[in-house]
Structure formats: C-alpha cells, structure tokens
Design a protein around this ligand. Structure first.
Ligand code: S3P
Length: 192
C-alpha cells in the first residue's frame, strides 16, 4: 500500500506528502527531490541541459521503481500524468489522490518561485492556464480528488490518514460517497 499524490504544480503535493508521511510513519518519497539528489543537479538544470524528454525518462524510471515499494507517500511531479504507464503503475501500487487548486491560487503559490522550467517560458498566468487546460482530462482520471483551496492542510492530512488507516494493500479503497468522491464528501462535512 502507498498513497500517491498527483496534481498540477502548486497544488501542495510536496507539503501534504511530507506531513502525511510523518503522520502515518511512512516514508516520504518526493519524486522531484529524489531526482535532484540522484542527478546532483536541479530539475531546471536537467531541462536546460538535456531537455524535457530526458527528464520524462528519468521520471518514468523512478515512477516504476517507487511503484514497487510500500508504505510510502509519493509526491509526484505535476507532469507525471502525461505518461499513461506512470498512472497505471501507481494505480496498481496504492491509493491515488489528485490535489486541486484554481488558476489564481496556483499563480499566487508559484509567483515568487522560479525553479519550475515549464512556468518560465513567457507569462506565468498564461502558461498555467494552457497547461491546466491541456492536462485536465489526465488529472480527472485519478480516482479521488481533493480541493486544496476549500480545505486546510490539517483537514486534508487527517482525511487522507483516516482513509489510509482503513485501507490495506489487499483491499480496494473504500467507496467514497458523493459523485466527485473525496472532495465532495469533505466539502459536505465542512458545511454540515
Ligand atoms: C512539472 C512539475 C514539477 C517538476 C517539473 C515538471 C510539470 O513538479 O516535476 O518542473 O510538468 O508539471 P511540481 O509539480 O512538484 O512542481
């Protein structure tokens, strides 16, 4: 059993992943951090020197490796969904959740940062809008969805820890009430 966090840049995968791993006593695996450590250079350097295709290859190899592990909270990079094989592998390896935020929130969260090569090509807001539009169907295919704007980090971590505690590797994830799954359920709780 693993928990795999998907989502666009700036949706909080790294922060939530670290907190959830600590809460569960599991290993935190942040894909970008691991790649940077192994390569001895930043993601921006990998893109600049060897190109995006090379980065995607490294990312895919790492996804395959991590999918074999257990009791890990895996924070993926935002583009991991571009390769359907990555998604299939992670879906077979654990509980998959996609974190969401609206365009304005994402822009606010990433505005002062310059380490994401895909957002450094022209106007950040326009890049975010275009990439979000392009990737929406890919994020939507993930079974469980969480709105990170409506919920506090504490609530998200507690909710995910609770679900994980009730789920083990041999049992499929419990059905979530509400058409949109987790986010619906949590929203309902928030307002009731
Ligand atoms: C990317 C997201 C980044 C990083 C790389 C490419 C993407 O990770 O993997 O810059 O294609 O969305 P974060 O989502 O952690 O920022």
């Amino acid at each position: 059993m693993n928990v795999v966090l998907f989502g666009f840049m700036g949706t909080g995968k790294t922060t939530i992943g670290k907190r959830l791993a600590q809460r569960l006593g599991w290993t935190c695996m942040d894909m970008d951090e691991i790649l940077e450590q192994r390569e001895g250079r930043s993601i921006a350097d990998i893109f600049a020197t060897d190109g995006e295709a090379h980065f995607r290859m490294l990312e895919k190899d790492l996804a395959a490796e991590l999918a074999h592990g257990t009791r890990q909270v895996i924070s993926t990079g935002g583009g991991v969904v571009l390769d359907p094989e990555n998604v299939r592998r992670f879906q077979a390896s654990g509980f998959c959740v996609c974190l969401h935020a609206d365009e304005d929130t994402i822009l606010r969260r990433v505005a002062a940062k310059s380490h994401r090569p895909l957002l450094e090509q022209g106007d950040k807001a326009a890049r975010i809008r275009a990439l979000l539009h392009q990737r929406k169907p890919l994020y939507d295919q993930i079974e469980h969805q969480i709105d990170t704007v409506a919920l506090s980090e504490d609530k998200i971590v507690e909710e995910l820890a609770g679900i994980t505690g009730r789920t083990d590797a041999s049992v499929p994830a419990p059905p979530l009430s509400g058409a949109a799954g987790l986010s619906e359920r949590v929203k309902h709780r928030e307002t009731s």
